[in-house]
Write a protein that binds this ligand. Structure first.
Ligand code: 5GP
Ligand code: ZN
Length: 114
C-alpha cells in the first residue's frame, strides 16, 4: 500500500527507531509515546484492521504477540507487567490503518482503559 505510513516504514522510505526486524514483522518506537515504553509491532504485509485477519494469518498474528512479549522481556518490564493492544476502527481510536500491536509498559496501566 503506497500511501500507508507503516508500509513506508517497512520499506525504509520514512525513518523510524526500529528495534526488531524479521521476515514477518518489524517493531519500532512509537513517535508519540503514551508510556515510558511504547513500541509498535507490525506485520510487514499490509492488513488494514483486525477485521481483515483471516485463518491464513493466524501464525503471523501469534508471531506479533511473541515478538511483543520478547521485547517486554528485553526491556525489563515482563515481570511487572505490560499491555499488548490492537485498536480497531474509530471508537477504539485507530489512526493508522495497518494493523499494529501497541506494547505499553514501564508504568501501572489503568483499567478500564480510557
Ligand atoms: P492507533 O491509534 O492507530 O492504534 O496507533 C497509531 C500509533 O502510531 C500512534 O500511537 C502514533 O503515535 C503512532 N504513529 C503514527 N505515525 C507514526 C510515525 O510516522 N512513526 C511512528 N514511529 N509512529 C507513528
Ligand atoms: Zn500498510
Amino acid at each position: 500500500m503506497t500511501e500507508c505510513i507503516f508500509c513506508k516504514i517497512v520499506a525504509k522510505k520514512i525513518p523510524a527507531r526500529i528495534i526488531h526486524e524479521d521476515d514477518l514483522a518489524i517493531a519500532f518506537e512509537d513517535i508519540n509515546p503514551q508510556a515510558p515504553i511504547h513500541i509498535l509491532i507490525i506485520p510487514r504485509r499490509h492488513i488494514s484492521t483486525a477485521l481483515e485477519i483471516t485463518q491464513a494469518d493466524h501464525a503471523l498474528i501469534g508471531h506479533l504477540f511473541q515478538v511483543g512479549a520478547e521485547i517486554a522481556q528485553t526491556r525489563g518490564i515482563a515481570e511487572k507487567g505490560f499491555r499488548l493492544v490492537m485498536n480497531t476502527n474509530a471508537d477504539a481510536g485507530q489512526a493508522v490503518f495497518h494493523i499494529h500491536l501497541h506494547l505499553l509498559g514501564g508504568r501501572a496501566m489503568h483499567w478500564p482503559p480510557g
